[in-house]
Design a protein around this ligand. Structure first.
Ligand SMILES: Nc1ncnc2c1ncn2[C@@H]1O[C@H](COP(=O)(O)OP(=O)(O)OP(=O)(O)O)[C@@H](O)[C@H]1O
Ligand code: SF4
Ligand SMILES: [Mg+2]
Length: 327
């Protein structure tokens, strides 16, 4: 049976700058694999958390799913429709993204009402005469007073701006909402209300939510299932409760050991682990977590572990992940 959102072996690559010496020699620009064969599925109304350190490919994966960057290989299906190639405007609307910093993506010279009305008009979401009512409904959906429709973005607080960012995404009536570090720039006191809003929107509108964060505590709060990414790969993909009760991958365990408690603000992108991941342009042999793994053994140098487990919804990419019985 096919799932609502199906991500199959998605790989995204970028050509990156080469050194002057390499260019003089005529060497081709190196290719960085930012997302390396990721597969997962999501049901309608399900919330998938994507977590991992800065640079592991979370945003690139989100952009690939949204259609903002091309996939080098693999496929993306939404409700059985292939989205991997060029998307038309209607298809683009079905998956919307909320970004970390709403101020940089809101036009400072447009009132909230102008901005939302333009979107509704250009995308022909509702007839012209219904636009003011729909703007008011959108404000209600994100729990803001309609009086703020007349406000310019600079008059709004960080939390209000993020709610407007969510309203803007909802204006296009998406079926999948991808929130990329959506609360990372907010004060701790406004993080929980925005997370609660995303949860209730998911429930009320039946949205599939992909919630991206480097912060495990935040992901735990909103996700039914969590995909842990390391250097472009999924290293663990399990239901949230099982993952947090008994993490199977040494990387997940290390992330958890280093995680702050919910509500304690970390700087966006700040590394949760000792040491740095190796460069995606110069991966170690075998398991890519090996140079930082306390359990690394000989086999880890020779064979890259597959993402496998006792069932389709319980998977980890470590040779020893399933040696120990569940607690
Ligand atoms: N347009 C691009 N061109 C070249 N390299 C890129 C581009 N976008 C991302 N990358 C590289 O791809 C890798 C993954 O980046 P990405 O932004 O997806 O990570 P992330 O997990 O979202 O990190 P963060 O938590 O800091 O937001 C990084 O090595 C990054 O430098
Ligand atoms: S496969 Fe080996 S190196 Fe990789 S996470 Fe497991 S124990 Fe560590
Ligand atoms: Mg990112």
């Amino acid at each position: 049976m096919s799932e609502f959102l199906e991500i199959r072996n998605v790989t995204v690559t970028f050509k990156v700058g080469s050194t002057i010496a390499a260019r003089i020699k005529g060497d081709p620009a190196p290719i960085l694999t930012a997302v390396d064969g990721i597969s997962f599925e999501a049901d309608r109304g399900e919330s998938i958390g994507i977590v991992g350190e800065s640079g592991c490919g979370k945003s690139t994966l989100a952009k690939a799913i949204t259609g903002l960057v091309p996939v080098a290989s693999g496929s993306i299906h939404l409700d059985g429709v292939e989205l991997t190639g060029k998307r038309d405007r209607t298809t683009m609307r079905r998956i919307q993204m909320v970004f970390q910093d709403p101020s940089s993506s809101l036009n400072p010279s447009l009132t909230v009402e102008k901005m939302l009305s333009e979107l509704l008009r250009v995308h022909e979401i509702v007839p012209g005469e219904k636009i003011p009512d729909r703007c008011a409904e959108l404000m209600e959906l994100v729990e803001l007073p309609p009086s703020l429709l007349k406000a310019l973005p600079r008059r709004l607080s960080g939390g209000q701006r993020q709610r407007i960012g969510i309203a803007r995404a909802l204006a296009l009536e998406p079926e999948v909402l991808i929130a990329d570090e959506a609360v990372a720039a907010l004060d701790v006191s406004v993080q929980a209300p925005v997370l609660n809003l995303l949860n209730s929107l998911r429930r009320d509108l039946g949205l599939t939510l992909m919630f991206i964060s480097h912060d495990l505590a935040v992901v735990r709060y909103v996700s039914d299932r969590v995909v842990v990414m390391y250097l472009g790969r999924a290293v663990e993909d399990r239901p949230t409760a099982e993952l947090f009760d008994n993490p199977r991958h040494p990387y997940t365990k290390a992330l958890m050991a280093a995680a702050p408690k919910f509500g304690v603000k970390k700087k966006p992108g700040e590394s949760a682990l000792k040491g740095e991941p190796p460069s995606a342009l110069d991966l170690p042999s075998g398991c890519r977590f090996r140079p930082r793994c306390p359990l690394a053994a000989e086999i880890c140098e020779q064979i890259e572990p597959d993402l496998t487990g006792p069932s389709e919804i319980e998977r980890a990419a470590c040779h020893f992940a399933w040696d120990e019985a569940p607690a």
